[in-house]
Structures are given as C-alpha cells and as structure tokens.
Design a protein around this ligand. Structure first.
Ligand code: SF4
Ligand code: F3S
Length: 107
C-alpha cells in the first residue's frame, strides 16, 4: 500500500506534505509532486497536511483519478527528491479546485 498525490496538486504544489514525511519519499517536478510507492510506509501523516486535499491512500483514490497511481510510480523514478517545504506556486490559489489538471503536468 502507498499514498498517492492526485490531480489537485497540479499547479498548486503547496509542499506542506513534504515536511511531515518520515521517510522523505516525495519527488518534485516543475508543478507537481509524487510519492515513491516503494518508499512510502503508509503512515498517513501527509494526507491531512495537504491544503489542496490532493493526497489519498492508494485504495481511496477518487474515481477517474486512478491513472495517478501509475503516474506517481513513474515520475518518482525521474524526478529529484524533495525534503523541505518551499513556497507554493504563485498561482496556487487560482488553480486549487480546478478539475482535470493532468494535461498541465510539466515533465
Ligand atoms: Fe510519507 Fe507517510 Fe505520506 Fe507515505 S503516507 S508519503 S510515508 S508521510
Ligand atoms: Fe501537492 Fe498537497 Fe503536497 S498540493 S505538494 S500534495 S501539500
């Protein structure tokens, strides 16, 4: 089991989640974060920390967002590790809650 970062993180990237992860298993792209499924210990600490409510347990990913499970696994192998909180993206407040942002993910 792992936790998964989903659609509402895209173009927001608040990074509050990073600060609480005991195993530093978040990986950072230009405008999205992912969790490495082989490193996540399923502690659930990050889930309530996300202001965008973008983090779910693998078995609770909202309908229609299942592709994020594979996307987290794939991008965690490509992107660098992030271990400290940073400022959110400048337009985070405008994009928070906008649906279907998957095509906006920069790689
Ligand atoms: Fe890290 Fe725990 Fe969240 Fe997994 S569930 S990403 S180990 S804080
Ligand atoms: Fe993204 Fe939420 Fe973390 S917006 S960077 S999953 S705090």
């Amino acid at each position: 089991m792992t936790f998964v970062v989903t659609d509402n993180c895209v173009k927001c990237k608040y990074t509050d989640c990073v600060e609480v992860c005991p195993v530093d298993c978040f990986y950072e792209g230009p405008n999205f974060l992912v969790i490495h499924p082989d490193e996540c210990i399923d502690c659930a600490l990050c889930e309530p920390e996300c202001p965008a409510e973008a983090i779910f347990s693998e078995d609770e990913v909202p309908a229609g967002q299942e592709q994020y499970i594979q996307l987290n696994a794939e991008l965690a192998e490509e992107w660098p590790n992030i271990t400290e909180q940073k400022d959110p993206l400048p337009d985070a407040a405008d994009w928070d809650g906008v649906p279907d942002k998957i095509d906006h993910i920069e790689r």
